[in-house]
Design a protein around this ligand. Structure first.
Ligand SMILES: Nc1ncnc2c1ncn2[C@@H]1O[C@H](COP(=O)(O)OP(=O)(O)OP(=O)(O)O)[C@@H](O)[C@H]1O
Ligand SMILES: [Mg+2]
Length: 309
């Protein structure tokens, strides 16, 4: 996983890492839940909402379309109502309730969470690269696993108790034992999926979380705070990748005052980064001559991150 504040290079590093691993012969899926479709932009291919799409041999990319997933949920709910009550049309009050629920931010978040769990639990790749949304949000998704888990525990517990009462009542009334509780089973199924996926996300052997940081005051400070929060959620922090470092060889050239000042500023904040994230810096990545889109630039970025291959 690559995390960090907005616009620092998460998508760029995700794509470049996926490219590198694919070139090393690993089957890789790079995916995001970003509605901005930034993987489509970087690979110059429209993959939004199209499932895992092959970009080149071994390299697959996927962008989750949360809106569509919400619509599918709404349809599932309608279908359940048809099946359970035998209506031929959803009553108006219920339809407006379904519409309102679809506009809930929580519904979209749960749809996204559900798809991510699907991807991770399904398997089929050697590596998964999760191109995260900016920090605050990413933390929210990660924390959802534990929130969901606590919530489901509670409901499952209640459900189990109710079922026992029902069975006692049934025995007293000498009725046959009640059918399996469909809702309880559904909850247990969701719980198992959450446990499995959050187990993978927090597994230090299998998962690595990298922070992207740039040599700037505010960004260093915010990253430090975020790292403390992430650690609380047992996210396996694996280090920092420093982006947009002005190439030091510029110093030997005749450069304008403006650039000299920028370089002096960076030199100072690179020192701060070295002191703050001592021993945990995985790479310094230069500012490139242009933005990173298309496979040739992605390859250049991968070589800057991993060395020549
Ligand atoms: N080292 C670099 N040199 C030149 N351009 C870069 C470099 N790193 C990133 N960029 C460019 O900066 C922009 C932002 O990068 P990117 O989209 O990877 O950030 P992000 O962290 O994913 O942003 P968001 O928070 O919006 O998801 C892109 O246009 C990308 O091409
Ligand atoms: Mg991005």
């Amino acid at each position: 996983m690559f995390g960090g504040k907005g616009g620092l290079g998460k998508t760029t590093f995700s794509a470049a890492t996926a490219y590198y691993l694919a070139k090393m012969g690993k089957k890789v899926l790079v995916f995001s839940v970003d509605p901005q479709a930034s993987l489509s932009d970087i690979f110059k291919q429209d993959i939004f909402g199209k499932g895992a799409t092959e970009i080149m041999p071994n390299l697959y990319a996927q962008e989750i379309d949360a809106d569509r997933r919400v619509k599918e949920y709404q349809q599932e709910i309608r279908q359940k109502i048809f099946d359970m009550y035998g209506f031929d049309k959803i009553p108006d009050e219920i339809e407006s309730y379904i519409q309102a629920a679809g506009a809930e931010p929580a519904m979209e978040e749960s749809a996204i969470f559900d798809e991510v769990v699907d991807i991770v639990v399904k398997g089929g790749y050697d590596y998964y690269i999760y191109d995260l949304v900016p920090l605050g949000h990413a933390l929210y998704y990660l924390s959802m696993a534990s929130v969901y888990d606590a919530w489901i525990d509670k409901i499952t517990g209640l459900r189990q108790q109710m079922r026992e009462y029902d069975q006692v009542a049934a025995v007293i009334k000498r009725e046959k034992e009640i059918d399996e509780d469909a809702i309880l089973n559904e909850l247990l199924y969701i719980k198992e999926r959450i446990n499995k996926s959050s187990g993978i996300l927090t597994d230090k052997e299998k998962t690595a979380f990298f922070f992207v940081v740039t040599p700037e005051d505010m960004i260093i400070k915010d990253t430090q705070k975020a790292a403390e929060l992430f650690a609380k959620f047992d996210v396996p922090l694996s280090g920092y990748v420093v982006n947009r470092v002005l190439p030091p060889e510029l110093k030997e050239q005749n450069i304008p005052e403006y650039l000299k000042n920028r370089m002096a500023m960076q030199t100072h904040y690179l020192d701060v980064i070295n002191n703050t994230f001592k021993g945990e810096i995985r790479a310094f990545v230069p500012e490139m001559e242009r933005d990173v889109t298309g496979l040739p630039m992605i390859e250049k970025m991968a070589k800057a991150m991993f060395g020549d291959f």
